[in-house]
Design a protein around this ligand. Sequence first.
Ligand SMILES: [Ca+2]
Length: 704
Amino acid sequence: MNPILILLCGLLSALAHLAAVQAASPPSRPNIIVILVDDMGWSDLGCYGSEIPTPNLDALASNGLRFTQFYNTARCCPTRASLLTGLYPHQAGVGHMTSPHKDAQGNVLPGYTGRLNDQCVTMGEVMGSAGYFTIMSGKWHVGQNLGVVPWERGFDRSLNAAAGGFYFHDSARTELFLNGQPVGRGGASGVPAEWYSTDLWTEYGLKFIDEARAARKPFFLYLAHNAPHFPLQAPPETIARFRGQYTMGWDKLREARHARQKELGVVDPSWPLAPRPEGVKAWDELGDAEKDRFDQIMAIYAACVHRMDRAIGTLVDGLRQRGALDNTLILFMSDNGGNAESGPNGRLEGPDPGGASSTVFCGESWAWLQNTPFRLYKHFNHEGGIATPLIAHWPAGIRSPRGGAAAGTGSGRLIHEPGHLVDIMATVVDVGGATYPKEFNGHAIRPMEGRSLAPFFSSVPSTEVRPLYWEHEGNGGIRLGDWKLVRRGALGPWELYNLRADRTEQANLAATRSEIARDLAAQWDAWAKRAYALPGPWKAAAKTKPASRRARFDLGPEADLARADSPDCSNRGFTATVRIAAPGREGVLVAQGGEAHGWAMFFQNGTFHFALNRSGSLEQIRSDDPAFASAKTITAALGADATLALAADGREILRKKMAGLLSTLPVDGLQVGRDLAGTVGDYAAPFPFAGKISGVLIELDPRR
Ligand SMILES: [Ca+2]
């Protein structure tokens, strides 16, 4: 044969082979990693305005997408339930935390079972059915205490904490499960003897990814960091790096973050910066010792965030080394806004602040910075509680909508379209080519609520306006387009905001645009009933039930009484005696009621307070007497003539005539050791007591 012909034939055959290979290999399905962090505020990443160095997440953002109006559901457990299932939290059974709530007849409320129910599927179950190798590493917190565990809810491999609460191998509450087996200390299970949780979740994520690759399957990894949730703990060298950097204080730092947010384009410059709340002091008014203490707290928080970012870098490097980065979709978000629990002062306790045996909470003052430029915190449905960063990174799948030089990268695009956690399931199903089931393990499955975010990956789609909903502890919210209706507490008045003009929720338009408010409230009510948010444990529904006739209540340290089971203290004197097992400088000893009516005993900044709220008029009596701080019992007696007597260890310390008795039984119930839903005193719910309570005895005066 003619040598040229031979060459031509060879060339043609090679070309044909190449074409056949290309036709036979459609782009393989992407790996998917969903990363959730815990209690991180909206402004805590560099790419959302923070001064905390987060170069690895910033790099994902600059090569991917950032969503500026993405939402979680304001609290750990509900967010995890919603994210895992693509449903609103109550539909998955986790409207609150992981203990069930009951109605007046003693039946568990369907939206508040405290565990993922059988009417939902997890992303693990859906992606496993689609042929993915499914991995979970980190904090679970959707009902392990009630038997709902990752290894039985769709994850082929898992290293998990039931509910978080620790960072180090030797932290007090450390308890790990490796593929369902409890991991003892000391390394016998193969888990190293010494670790920092942030790094450990990442190490095991990569280890399991190697198993997926060996099995020749695409992987789905749910990586749930417990950072930066309290108790804040980080390696000392990382804390040292930040020590002294926060003496500038929250006022200036909040302005600096806001300025950066405007430069980055993640906020609209016309939105006013929400002002400093009453409970948070002006930084300049603090003494040097206070400033130093607050600097130390924030240095520990910043260290937790920075180490989390470093672990993201380890994960990305690991993917790159395995040649898997290009075709892996990474989605990153936080489960709720910055956390004000423990009040404006935060907590800094233990011999080694930031170490394994310390208890550090950032508190309201720093949470206010973390949620720049918004109002309120974790628990609330205002933007500070529910706004989260969402970063999407996927070199093979995210493109610049205009093509050109930036094609093949997201080029740091910002998406201003509102989105919600329920969209993550829809997205994962969409890009993974999975099918969301109508039935699973013989149970009918509720239809998913979200819609895929994938159209944003390559274009600027025009999307239909749809409502998004929230409910947590009676707080409620609905967003429809630019309008948001939101309230504090089940009985709180609805507030209406136009988020296009005012995302920081400063100008309440409920009175002037009442027709819009009414319409949104009706939509919210319909959703709340449809999605099992109602009936809930917070609502005034219990109001119809007659008040308890008991006169003596001997309550345990965790008591949480519904309205009708609480002491009927209307127009009646009473005596409350708190037995304290370990002293604490902050938090509620006992609280009955909320923002309209109620009473509470609490410590703030080491000082004992008694609060009496009569129809919204709050009297707070405080005593600087040191006897309270060390007392084994503290007694508050409110006489029939409204004289208040406060005693420590049986010795009367203060006597004062109050304006009157409570005129009605408060709608909110009674809690020992915290104040749920509406607050009685001047603190942020739930303001848990930092010490230990062994019990509370409440005795009502006889009715005259
Ligand atoms: Ca959380």
